[in-house]
Write a protein that binds this ligand. Structure first.
Ligand SMILES: [Fe+2]
Length: 272
């Protein structure tokens, strides 16, 4: 059996169909990795992996991020399921890349749906910033390639906490800002835009002018044609490529019972 691929929208998202066994033994790993970088997000419907299977499948795609020896993270906004993390995860409701303050952001993440609200809220949304950049006129691409963006923790947080206290603001400022090129040129030759909520301002440009440009770019990337919004069914698996996309969770109630298990692939390319 070969890997069957079904494009979910012309410019973003592909559904993968193959036997469970072939996903687990890595038969199509190289193909899936390449598809990810081009399509931004891939899904496997109702594959129903348990944690061991999720880890086995994830390892076929790359090395896994671990925290206290764990490579499965529970994603929930409910403080009872996930003490401490819920506050932080509120930020996941805004378009962002993961690890924007890192030299080598993660390659991507694998999410599986374990419990879902009956209201069907809380889609996962991915915007393909490779496809968006590719559609821009060559002159605009060339101009954007000259720019560098300063990413800060304050920028990541202030839209979630507009009424932050001075103490909170001081905390954010403890994080070293990170300067990245606006356009990431990947080893494959593909190019993508690196923006999202962490992008604070453009180096050497008037503050407001730079922020207006970043907003225009985010608006461009997150237009409907570049966005795939996944309406979950329990057992679905979704992978987003963090290096060529922005992602967010659509709003859902913290007490909705929505629970995802997440595994993150270690980054492989520095942002350059
Ligand atoms: Fe994220």
């Amino acid at each position: 059996m070969t890997l069957k691929t079904i494009d979910l929208k012309p410019k973003v998202g592909t559904e993968l169909q193959a036997s469970r066994e072939d996903f687990l033994n890595g038969k199509y790993a190289a193909e899936i990795r390449d598809l990810l970088e081009e399509r931004g997000v891939v899904i496997i419907r109702q594959v129903n992996f348990d944690d061991d299977e999720q880890l086995q499948f994830a390892r076929t795609l790359g090395d896994l991020v671990t925290f206290h020896d764990q490579a499965i993270f529970k994603i929930s906004l409910d403080p009872e399921t996930n003490p401490g993390a819920a506050e932080y995860l509120k930020g996941s409701l805004l378009w962002h890349i993961d690890g924007a303050m890192d030299e080598v952001p993660s390659r991507g993440s694998i999410l599986t749906a374990r419990q879902l609200p009956e209201t069907r809220e809380g889609n996962t949304e991915v915007a393909n910033s490779f496809a968006a950049f590719q559609d821009m006129p060559a002159e605009e691409q060339a101009e954007l390639e000259k720019l560098r963006v300063v990413h800060t923790m304050a920028a990541s947080q202030r839209r979630t906490y507009p009424d932050a206290t001075e103490e909170q603001k001081k905390d954010w400022d403890k994080y070293e800002p990170k300067v990245h090129p606006l356009v990431w040129t990947h080893n494959s030759g593909r190019k993508s835009l690196v923006t999202g909520v962490s992008a604070d301002y453009i180096e050497g440009m008037d503050l407001e002018e730079g922020r207006a440009l970043l907003q225009r770019l985010d608006d461009f990337i997150t237009q409907d044609e570049y966005v795939y919004s996944h309406e979950w069914t329990v057992g679905d698996l979704l992978i987003w490529d963090n290096t060529v996309s922005l992602h967010r969770a659509a709003p859902y109630s913290p007490t909705s019972g929505r629970l995802m298990h997440r595994t993150t692939l270690v980054g492989e390319e520095s942002l350059a």
